[in-house]
Design a protein around this ligand. Structure first.
Ligand code: ATP
Ligand code: MG
Length: 437
């Protein structure tokens, strides 16, 4: 991408309305713009990051044996009347009437919708277990939308739904998602800590939130220090095997969110307990037959009886993650994207656009990187070097490749790692093979 023709409306000034660093940086880096409270447009740079996060989530869901579907954003109220949640959900639900005066709503979540699809299609225990997911916009009319995309009203969520014949099967499905979540967040460079959590309006009795510790987090969390010393889960996983040991490893130390934490019965001594703030990036639930029973989603069992299916649901806040990753990875100059979610792999800076030697060398590097499938943002604008550096630091591209007249005379370019500031002079070929390798 040539910056001279790109749409990247960066801001020099810090926007006054933004209270936390990720919100400030997303606005300054030209990633998002607010449309109304808690509702945002994603501009090209932001959308690239969102898509990358989405892709990692999708790959890990698919690896765990889930199948992607796409359900609508607008749902009929009657479905929610069947489960009893239409009246329970409260003012967070955006209720709409169509032209025929039928009650509709903008989905805050999809348990009812998926249960309806499933009950119409699956009749036998032989067709279980199954796990279906989608990545779709949700709307919740939050009391206090704030912190940019972290607490939006319209936000992008991955929600998966598991269907099993009994508790034992449902626990296996739960474990698969638990492990898939550890892997998903690890791939984004995040250390997400699973914590016992309240089930809220989704219902049920087994639930974990995946939380990133950050001072700007909205929830208070408590845990044993040993849990924070765990390495992220990077190993390959055989999802057909028994995952209970992995889950056990990650749940044997105390960790709880505010709603579940009781200082009176907490097993960790007060002087050891880690008390911190956290950002909830994922939440998994097992809720047995809470929806399948009232909605009549049953299968015939091996004995020929009929039984309601056991369900779980599993959410990841995809748009919230864009902000959470920035909260976890930035410095005073701007964002520091982990490679896996970076909008571009390389920022190519031409220090002297208009200078024939620089234009040729940078143009050549740009073409070669593109040909090798590397995503490059090429700053070919006629701007001061200082402002080009500041801009590239702000948007946080992991590698900066700098082409300038002085270096070219000696046959070298400069390669800088955004995260460490480490900088090396290399021949053009050496720089290329470093980035392409
Ligand atoms: P919270 O406690 O933050 O309000 P929740 O428990 O109501 O979230 P869930 O129903 O568990 O949310 O939704 C699954 C995931 O969707 C959450 O873990 C979070 O990452 C994301 N999410 C929920 N609400 C929002 C929101 N208002 N803005 C952005 N992401 C959200
Ligand atoms: Mg939650």
């Amino acid at each position: 991408m040539r910056l001279s023709t790109y749409f990247l409306p960066t801001l020099k000034q810090t926007p006054a309305e933004a209270q936390i660093v990720s919100h400030r940086l997303m606005l300054r880096a030209g990633m998002i713009r607010q449309s109304s409270a808690g509702i945002y447009s994603w501009l090209p740079l932001g959308l690239r990051v969102l898509k990358r996060i989405e892709r990692i989530v999708r790959e890990e869901m698919d690896a765990a044996g889930c199948h992607e579907v796409l359900m609508p954003t607008i749902q009929p109220a009657d479905l929610w009347r069947e489960s009893g949640r239409y009246d329970d959900y409260g003012p967070e639900m955006l209720r709409i009437k169509d032209r025929h005066e039928r009650d509709m709503l903008y989905g805050p979540t999809n348990e009812e919708q998926i249960t309806e699809i499933f009950r119409g299609a699956v009749k036998s225990y032989r067709d279980l277990p199954r796990n279906l997911y989608h990545i779709q916009w949700k709307f919740r009319d939050e009391v206090r939308p704030r912190f940019g995309v972290m607490r939006g009203r319209e936000f992008l969520m991955k929600d998966a739904y598991s269907f099993d014949v009994d508790y034992a099967g449902a626990k296996r499905s739960y474990n698969r998602m638990f492990v898939a979540y550890l892997r998903t967040f690890a791939r984004m460079g995040l250390k997400a800590v699973p914590m016992r959590a309240d089930t809220g309006p989704i219902g049920g009795d087994l639930s974990h939130e995946f939380v990133i510790l950050a001072d700007t987090g909205e929830s208070a969390v408590y845990c044993h220090p040993a849990l924070l010393a765990h390495d992220v889960l990077a190993a390959d996983i055989d999802y057909r095997g028994d995952l209970e040991p992995v889950v056990e490893e990650w749940t044997r130390h105390y960790a709880a969110t505010d709603d579940k934490h009781d200082p009176g019965s907490c097993p960790v001594p007060a002087d050891e307990l880690v008390t911190a703030r956290g950002i909830e990036v994922g939440h998994i639930f097992y809720f047995a037959t809470k929806y399948s029973e009232p909605m009549g989603c049953a299968v015939t069992t091996a004995d020929g009886d009929s039984a309601p299916v056991h369900q779980g649901s599993y959410g990841i806040g995809i748009s919230r993650l864009a902000g959470a990753i920035i909260e976890a990875s930035h410095d005073e100059d701007g964002i520091i994207w982990p490679d896996s979610v970076a909008p571009f792999a390389v920022g190519l800076i031409n220090l002297k656009s208009g200078d024939p030697a620089c234009d040729t060398a940078a143009g050549d590097l740009y073409a070669k990187l593109l040909a090798a499938g590397v995503e490059v943002l090429y700053d070919d604008r006629d701007e001061r070097a200082g402002s080009k550096f500041a801009n590239m630091d702000l948007i946080g591209v992991p590698w900066q490749l700098v082409v300038g007249p002085r270096g070219l005379k000696q046959g070298v370019v400069e390669l800088k790692r955004r995260a460490t500031g480490e900088c090396h002079e290399l021949s053009v070929d050496a720089a290329l093979s470093r980035l392409v390798g």
